[in-house]
Design a protein around this ligand. Structure first.
Ligand code: ADP
Ligand code: MG
Length: 507
């Protein structure tokens, strides 16, 4: 090896060479080679099933590789267990939290590595070491709190502390932000940065490309178990990563747009609707039409959605689904064929503790009843079918809360597929959803529209609206201020209307 590349190799705390792994007939990893620099954040991106978790697990000793080797600080290693990897300073915070819920935070942090004195756990040393750890990491965790009572974000912090307590230098984080709130995600990012600042190396698996671009120093893109490339993050963009992940240009992330239906009867008609946050809104959505609703945060889009659905009372206006007047309550709306996929599926969309089956059949119960009882056999059959169409997997008995954000959102679509609505109002349907699942959701929206459903799509991502909608309405301060079609549908036109730039300069 020539001296230059030798020098480069020396900077890799972890050098992965020709790694291969199969599960039965599935080639999860194929000839994976990449180098991870010391005290850096190295991201792994790729679609679902690309092999990210498998790679993370091999690094952390959960699985042995079938081929290839791991070279740690210049020496080859072959871990037979996570314990062996940990002894060499490598830990993983996996997608599945692995803590003992009935034990305290401090107990979990030191589990199996408790400071002892004369054979007994030394409580005082344990506590002072815990305090030292939280002080250096900046985590706000109570030593005596029961882990089972903590939020997922806090449980992740416990896992990170546990890795630090064992002096791990390399920490694999597998999709740590997948189920966190925006605020918790910010906190996690601070944590990742401070880990790097204290000399730790973080291997970060993430679906969120903005997170990867913001946090990481290098990024390896995987596709179908192969490395597409490893690059300095500064050399990548969201579009370049997407096209590497998908194997085709990112613009194809949207399904082909069906022709805008004209002359179709209206699926939804609204005249002069006034409600909290909504002033005198009139609009019509044709059958099979996707209408984008754009506007700044607080412009009244969610309020409009809720008023149409009857979740908030309106003080004036006429609403019709097809020819049928809407009676101003969610139950009446569902009966009239108007469904809402709300902005916050956790707060008012899904019953997380209830089964997937119950969540999906919720809006279709009238059609599943006989003599007032739900026909379970029919329910199972129809729900399985809808879930298979929307999510690809027919698991229906697990609680909805056990699913990832993307799959929870697919349940909302399964609910819509099953209910066969006339009108679907989708309020930020892809927020917090990973790229792969986003694309699936786009397919579902387009599929529903081509089946004749009129769709009102609310999104903060202008690109998403432009990629999907036949027509765009822009709201500002509770009113509709612009309607854009055809070539007039541009990002600039939407922003101008949303900000009211021209109006303000005229004033
Ligand atoms: P990612 O984390 O990128 O979504 P994974 O590493 O989990 O991908 O999976 C890569 C491939 O290996 C997938 O096809 C997946 O179904 C398969 N796979 C992963 N773990 C196992 C396992 N324990 N048993 C069988 N197949 C697996
Ligand atoms: Mg994974």
């Amino acid at each position: 090896m020539d001296p230059v590349s030798q020098a480069a190799d020396d900077q890799f705390v972890l050098d992965i060479r020709g790694l291969g792994k199969s599960f039965g007939a599935t080639r999860a990893l194929d000839d994976i080679s990449l180098g991870v620099r010391s005290a850096s954040v190295h991201a792994l991106v790729g679609e679902n099933g690309a092999g990210k978790s498998t790679l993370g697990k091999i690094i952390a000793g959960v699985y042995p590789p079938d081929q290839g080797e791991l070279v740690l600080r210049g020496s080859p290693v072959a871990f037979r267990s996570p314990r062996e990897a940990l002894a060499e300073g490598i830990a993983i915070v996996a997608q599945e939290v692995a803590l003992v819920p009935q034990r305290t935070v401090a107990e979990n942090v030191f589990l199996g590595a408790e400071p002892r004195r004369a054979g007994f756990v030394d409580g005082r040393t344990l506590l002072s070491r815990f305090e030292q750890l939280t002080a250096t990491s900046g985590f706000v965790l109570k030593a005596g709190a029961l882990v089972g009572r903590l939020s997922l974000a806090e449980q992740q912090q416990v896992e990170i502390l546990r890795a630090l307590a064992r002096d791990a230098q390399i920490i694999v984080l597998d999709e740590p932000s997948a189920s966190l709130s925006a605020k918790e995600v910010d906190r996690l990012h601070e944590i990742v940065r401070s880990l790097r600042a204290t000399g730790h190396t973080v291997v970060l698996v993430s679906h969120f490309l903005n997170e990867v671009l913001e946090l990481s120093d290098s990024v390896t893109t995987l596709r179908d178990g192969k490395v597409i490339r490893t690059a300095a993050t500064a050399a990548e963009t969201e579009a370049s990563l997407l096209s590497a992940m998908l194997g085709r240009p990112a613009s194809r992330a949207y399904p082909p747009k069906a022709e805008r239906p004209t002359d179709t009867p209206a699926a939804l008609t609204i005249e002069g609707l006034t409600a909290p946050g909504v002033r005198d809104v009139s609009l019509a959505i044709g059958q099979g039409e996707i209408v984008g609703l754009a506007g700044l945060i607080g412009a009244g889009r969610t309020e409009l959605a809720r008023a149409i659905y009857g979740a908030t009372p309106s003080s004036a206006g006429e609403l019709r689904a097809g020819e049928r007047p809407l009676a101003g309550s969610p139950v009446a709306s569902i009966r009239a064929g108007v469904l809402l996929i709300p902005e916050s599926r956790k707060d008012d969309g899904l019953l997380l503790r209830r089964s997937i089956r119950e969540n999906v059949s919720l809006a279709s119960l009238p059609s599943l009843l006989r003599f007032g009882f739900v026909r379970r056999g029919l329910e199972r059959e129809r729900v399985s079918d809808a879930v298979r169409k929307a999510a690809g997997a027919p698991i229906i008995d697990a609680p909805a809360g056990t699913l990832s954000g993307g799959n929870q959102q697919k349940l909302m679509f399964a609910r819509a597929l099953l209910a066969q609505p006339r009108v679907l109002i989708a309020d930020e349907p892809t927020r917090g959803v990973d790229v792969g699942a986003k694309r699936d959701l786009y397919e579902l929206l387009v599929q529903l529209a081509s089946g004749g459903v009129g769709i009102l799509l609310i999104s903060n991502e202008i690109e998403e609206i432009l990629g999907l909608a036949h027509r765009v309405l822009v709201m500002r301060a509770g009113r509709l201020v612009a309607e854009l079609t055809g070539d007039a549908m541009t990002e600039e036109a939407i922003l101008t209307a949303a900000f009211g730039t021209s109006a303000r300069s005229a004033a």
